[in-house]
Design a protein around this ligand. Sequence first.
Ligand code: PLP
Length: 285
Amino acid sequence: MKVFFNGKIVNSNSPIVSAFDRGMTFGDGLYDVVKVINGKFPFIEDHVKRLERSSKFFKMKSRYSLSEIESIALELSSVNGVEDGELFLEITRGTDTIRDHIFEEEYDPNFLEVVQPLRKIDRNLWETGAKIVTYPDMRHGLCEHKTIDLLPNVLAKNYAHSKDAYEVLMFRTQNGRKYVTEGGSSSYIFFDGERIVAPKIDNILPSITRSKVLSIAKSMDLEVIERRVWLDEVRHMKEVMLLSTVSKVMPVVKIDDMSFLFGEKTRKLASAFENLILSYRAKIS
Ligand code: PLP
């Protein structure tokens, strides 16, 4: 497969990263994932904005503009023959001369762009619903950013895999009571029978899919409330939806021993979101 690295399209297995790239040595970098469908990149402007916001926050430089990133993605889709897949963007702070935690002001960031086919997901899950397992959220306090230090997420998702589940639903504890955060690479929203309930953005990723789906819900005159969601409340929810760029709107039918319906609200939101992706026209170039 061909990838783009710092200005060149190269083979993915060619040695391109320095040993002292700060992503290699410290996980000092950011990433984003955009859907690729019919050679288009739905909501790429939102993904790049999120990446740029985090770059500013962590004092990293952005190397390429939105339109440059999009034209590289078009070229990669074409050379790799990927019509339906995933666009992966990664930026690391840059390369040190020797390994040192302290970073300088002046770095040329390293930038990787990949267009790959969709990862293997059982397509039946969108029809039958996914099984989820709960798992402690062991991540740091910077989860509103898509940082590349993903070891806790990797462990969480492998735990789910070992339990024959699609994802985890992570939780943290406050005063002895557990509240839900998000998945290893997805967000959750709930339907409590009257309204859509979404865990508030408080040390969880401002998911692009979540934001689009909540806007759709509001446009359907569904009431939406964003608040802390306690794990002991989840049992009483009527419907549960898992959201992400890759998973889109996926119905959840089981969390540990709790069962849920693949109900009408999930069906409506999933189909409206699918239409939104398919109707996507770039708002750039
Ligand atoms: N939460 C986490 C931790 C993620 O890694 C992701 C996506 O990878 C999401 C939520 C979903 O975000 P988005 O809808 O922007 O893909």
